[in-house]
Design a binder for this molecule. Structure first.
Ligand SMILES: Cc1cc2nc3c(=O)[nH]c(=O)nc-3n(C[C@H](O)[C@H](O)[C@H](O)COP(=O)(O)OP(=O)(O)OC[C@H]3O[C@@H](n4cnc5c(N)ncnc54)[C@H](O)[C@@H]3O)c2cc1C
Length: 480
């Protein structure tokens, strides 16, 4: 082995004293994986990366950053698709949360507390023996972390019950957060800084609750080190059914009618266009616009059958036909996130750009058509971008409209085209008063442009009060 000749980073000794040398990296080659995410957005190289194992170690690192005025950026599982937090390229201290992975199950109180670096699947692994699970994702189940999900994506994420339960924020009871000055605060569950009482975990009765400030913030106001979530009993019965829809309009009619029923018959539903690479091979050449994948869960079989009939009646009213056995299987696995193929999708399709917009239900169809038109208006679209297709997740009062684009070529021109296409989509989103679900890096800067001046000013005041030195994830949300 060759002896190291390069000088260590200025903070190498200070950070090594906190976490141990083994967990500090300042070699350029080793820092490369921290520089980019899965998107075509340009990355940001950190100056040094550090892997703490506890909230206290995170707090100590934050104090060093304040003293030396080095910016901090943060990484969970690295599934972000909105660009990495810019910070100050070349100077950032990258905090990798992976070692904060402790999981404490508390079935008596129907909650689970996970370190922010705990992989989502490991939280369910800890709950399964008790007959429970918790809301996580359909997609990056093995790789995303509880902190990355709570902080990095709209509404703290979308799990396998999103259509009936909404975004995961409804399931997050509280957070432990290291503030930009190094103080440690617990929100919602046990607001220790306010009452020093770790036993209280009702967000509703402990006064103004700060959980929302850190949820989907990307880390601009603090670093999440623990997430407390509700636990949900694993249902006894599950059934899935796939309906193939004749047109885009019929797809929306069905989704609007079913999602406004008092009790939603499905636990989850996702629609993929037939052109989608996962759906197309299963459909055996049937001519249809899209595949609505329904999953129904309940504690008795009779109820499951009643709900499937409710779904079938509405689908058939609008001319949809029942798919085949393979598509029903796909509905079960795809809509519940229990399919390896879905979990592997990140690895298989990198890099890509994803537009996931949260749109009011009434405008959703018009919005979906407009979004696709805005991509097609970018010169070179057909040559440079290949669509994995549109998908739709009806979630009560909002519909999640998603489009994923990737390129067939790994050339600088194709990358540039993707960034231009992203801007066209972002402009269209802004014109319709919505934005992307990926509240991360470059994406957050586009999203912040949808903020009203009063909202932007309020956020900026909070940022200045919490982070006067501007060290915490600079660049997010255009906050100064
Ligand atoms: C193929 C694919 C499928 C996906 N499917 C789904 C899905 O079904 N449902 C869903 O909800 N999401 C989905 N996502 C999005 C993904 O869940 C989010 O990007 C999530 O933020 C990833 O978590 P992570 O741990 O990988 O975070 P990272 O990618 O590491 O970080 C995401 C953001 O959060 C910040 N951050 C990370 N950890 C912390 C922390 N501890 N404190 C403060 N800030 C932090 C980072 O700075 C960054 O801005 C999908 C992504 C991919 C690539």
């Amino acid at each position: 082995m060759e002896a190291r000749t390069k000088k260590h980073h200025e903070l190498y000794d200070a950070l090594s004293a906190i976490v141990g040398k083994k967990y500090v990296v300042d070699d350029e080659f080793e820092l490369i994986p921290y520089a980019r995410d899965i998107s075509y957005f340009q990355g940001s190289m950190p100056g040094i990366a550090v892997r703490p194992a506890s909230t206290e170690e995170v707090a100590a690192i934050v104090k060093v950053a304040n003293r030396t005025k080095y910016p901090i950026v943060v990484k969970g599982g690295g599934n972000a698709g909105g660009g990495v937090t810019p910070g100050e390229p070349g100077r950032n201290i990258m905090i990798d949360m992976g070692r904060l992975d402790k999981i404490v199950v508390d079935i008596e109180n129907l909650k689970v507390t996970s370190g922010s670096g705990a992989r989502l699947s490991t939280i369910d692994d800890a709950l399964r023996p008790y007959g429970y699970y918790t809301s996580t994702v359909v997609g990056p189940y093995y790789s995303a972390t509880s902190g990355g999900l709570a902080s990095g994506i709209a509404g703290a994420g979308f799990g396998r019950n999103m259509s009936s339960m909404g975004c995961n924020w409804t399931q997050v009871m509280g957070l432990k957060v290291v503030l930009p000055n190094g103080d440690i605060i617990t929100t919602g569950e046990g607001p220790s800084q306010n009452t020093n009482c770790d036993e209280i975990f009702f967000r509703e009765v402990t006064g103004p609750d700060l959980t929302g400030l850190f949820t989907a913030s990307g880390g601009a106001f603090g670093l999440i080190t623990e997430v407390v979530q509700k636990v949900i009993p694993i249902p006894k019965y599950m059934k899935a059914i796939c309906y193939l829809t004749p047109t885009m309009e019929a797809t929306w009619d069905i989704s609007l009618e079913l999602s406004k029923m008092g009790r939603c018959p499905y636990t989850n539903v996702m629609m993929f266009e037939m052109s989608n690479y996962m759906v197309k091979p299963l459909a055996g050449g049937i001519d249809a616009y899209g595949a609505l994948l329904y999953c129904v869960e309940a504690d008795n079989e009779q109820e499951v059958d009643i709900r499937i009939k409710e779904i079938s009646d509405v689908c058939e009213k609008y001319g949809a036909i029942h798919g085949n056995e393979q598509l029903d299987q796909f509905a079960m696995k795809g809509a519940t996130g229990t399919m390896e193929m879905v979990h592997d999708v990140g690895a298989n399709s990198c890099p890509f750009m994803t537009w996931e917009s949260m749109v009011p239900r009434a405008n959703s169809l018009e919005y979906a058509k407009g979004l696709v038109e805005s991509f097609e208006s970018v010169p070179g679209h057909r040559e440079n971008a290949t669509a994995a297709g549109m998908y739709l997740v009806p979630m009560g009062h909002i519909f999640l409209v998603g489009v994923t684009l990737r390129s067939g070529f790994q050339t600088p021109e194709a990358e540039e085209h993707m960034r231009k296409t992203w801007e066209a989509g972002a402009r269209f989103m802004r014109s319709k008063g919505t934005s992307s679900a990926y509240g991360q890096g470059t994406n957050s800067q586009f999203i912040a442009e949808t903020w009203s001046p009063t909202y932007a000013n309020t956020m900026s005041l909070i940022k200045k009060a919490l982070d006067p030195n501007g060290i915490m994830c600079p660049g997010l949300w255009n906050l100064r």
